[in-house]
Write a protein of this length. Structure first.
Length: 321
């Protein structure tokens, strides 16, 4: 059966399975890393590696993705364990938002996507591919992402962890002080640690996969039943294009390693492409449900709105600097 003859329901099934099969390995990888962090990493170790100055620690956390590259599907279970191991919430959130973009794999894929797009379409207004080539698009994506994520981290420094995190992520003792996980003491045997790591990974995988599957189902419904004509109908000017592309990135829930190939050939201004490339890896449908396993719903809503405003404004202003 030709793809154009598929019914919307059949298209939904194909989309659902393809996204699940694409994302599940990354979730599994993330939960395995999470399990080994829980079993082997001493509490507070990563915090000791970071600068003592809180603002500088957040700044460095925005660059951790270059050293520890993790996609958006895998990063949520990882930061769950890092927080419980003593990593400050501000640093964890900064790393969570920046790692899916500021990492070598995404840099290479973005360069390749915009390099291969030359000659495939013509840009409107005064924009040209020569003026906004692969180097400009890649560096702009990284810089905007870094500015936004570090800014979010600095703001979170001023907020109490108890007002952001769900109780089970950072449990409170009777004295109100957060109790850290410690399964890495000298009295724990190597075999016991391995069993603990696998149990933790299994538990995190089940919980994370549940939220991920809900998000994928919503994404597949949108992609199967909403036509491209309806999307293009709202793309009347640059401001509308920026908003539309962020909504599109939110709903489509593409992986950060492949979303540049979609953006590069989409008939919208460069600023809208940047908004799509930066907003999507930080906030999409599947990520919202995964974030809800770590953060309180109020914080997730505020974070989504704040990211949309900040990224939209920066993307609009960026090419005019």
């Amino acid at each position: 059966m030709a793809p154009e003859n598929l019914s919307p329901f059949t298209d939904f099934c194909y989309l659902f399975l393809s996204i699940v099969l694409e994302g599940a390995p990354f979730i599994l990888l993330g939960t395995i890393i999470s399990g080994f962090i829980d079993a082997y990493l001493p509490p507070g170790l990563i915090d000791k590696w970071l600068p003592k100055n809180k603002f500088l620690a957040v700044f460095c956390s925005g660059l951790l993705g270059a050293v520890f590259p993790v996609c958006e599907c895998a990063v949520v279970p990882v930061i769950r364990r890092l927080i419980r191991k003593g990593l400050p919430v501000s640093c964890a959130i900064t790393y969570m938002l920046s790692a899916p973009i500021i990492n070598p794999i995404v840099i290479v894929s973005t360069m390749k996507a915009f390099d291969s797009s030359v000659g495939q379409f013509s840009l409107r207004q005064t924009e040209t591919v020569d003026a906004y080539g692969p180097l400009f698009m890649t560096s702009s994506r990284l810089l905007i992402a870094f500015i936004v994520t570090v800014g979010v981290g600095w703001i979170v420094l001023k907020v109490r962890s108890s007002s952001i995190l769900r109780p089970q992520i950072l449990p409170q003792g009777e004295d109100g002080v957060a109790q850290l996980d410690d399964h890495s003491g000298p009295d724990v045997s190597k075999s016991d640690r391995l069993v603990l790591a696998m149990r933790t990974a299994m538990r995190d995988f089940v919980e994370t996969a549940m939220y991920f599957t809900i998000g994928v189902a919503i994404t597949s419904v949108f992609k199967a039943y909403v036509t491209e004509d309806l999307i293009l109908l709202f793309n009347q000017n640059e401001v509308t294009g920026i908003g539309l592309m962020m909504v599109l990135a939110f709903v489509l829930s593409l992986c950060s390693t492949s979303d540049a190939f979609i953006a590069a050939n989409f008939p919208v201004p460069i600023s809208a492409k940047l908004a799509f490339l930066v907003f999507g890896p930080m906030m999409d449908v599947k990520l919202v449900f995964m974030y809800l396993s770590v953060f309180k719903s109020r914080f997730v809503v505020i974070l989504a709105i704040s990211l949309a405003i900040a990224i939209g404004v920066l993307s609009y202003v960026w090419i005019r600097i």
